[in-house]
Design a binder for this molecule. Structure first.
Ligand code: ATP
Ligand code: MG
Length: 171
């Protein structure tokens, strides 16, 4: 059995890690969709699909987890075709894990059984909280796998998110 999950992973954090690790133990393999793959260099989506790909693969491989596939998925802005768009580019899967109500609905309408994944320490393990801490010079490293922190440092990610959050307008 192959499971499918999707997130934007901006960035990949320890909540994502807990979930993926659990699914790789329960299923033959896990297909991880990197959503909004075309987005980067914005406050909500600072990292490119390639950077996110590296964050996830380095974190999982450091734990000797290899039974996963990473599939970048660009937005198509047509909800009625979104699941078909995923099916056209991802390895086939039997089980979907999704928490977002729209995502759940779209998969269910295409006949998939959708399981609500458990959330781990959601108050702090969230992409939004990691990005907030980066902007505020707070401890964001403790919320992500060490491999993710390393990549963000390598690409100067904290300065990137700080700079793109500024404006050239008079405040
Ligand atoms: P953002 O705050 O940027 O929306 P996020 O933390 O919600 O980021 P996403 O990239 O939106 O993460 O990915 C969403 C999916 O990741 C959710 O549907 C959920 O399955 C999983 N997820 C997010 N946070 C956690 C968590 N703390 N524990 C387990 N799974 C999580
Ligand atoms: Mg989210």
């Amino acid at each position: 059995m192959r499971a499918f999950i999707i997130g934007r992973f901006q960035p990949f954090h320890l909540g994502h890690m807990e979930l993926v690790e659990k699914l790789t133990k329960e299923y033959d393999s896990v297909i991880i969709g990197i959503g909004s793959a075309q987005e980067s260099h914005t406050k909500e989506n600072p990292f490119t699909a390639g950077e996110r790909h590296l964050m996830i693969s380095n974190s999982l491989e450091s734990k000797k987890i290899y039974n996963f596939y990473l599939v970048p998925i660009e937005d198509i802005y047509r909800n009625a075709l979104w699941v078909a768009h995923i099916e056209a580019i991802a390895p086939p899967f039997n089980q979907v894990y999704a928490a977002n109500p729209l995502t759940r609905r779209l998969f269910q309408e295409r006949g998939y059984h959708v399981i609500t994944p458990p959330m781990y320490k959601r108050e702090v393990y969230s992409g939004k909280e990691v990005r907030r801490r980066m902007l505020m010079d707070e401890n964001w490293e403790e919320l992500v796998p060490p491999e993710v922190a390393e990549i963000i440092k390598e690409i100067d990610g904290v300065n990137r998110i700080k700079e793109i959050s500024k404006t050239d307008e008079v405040q």
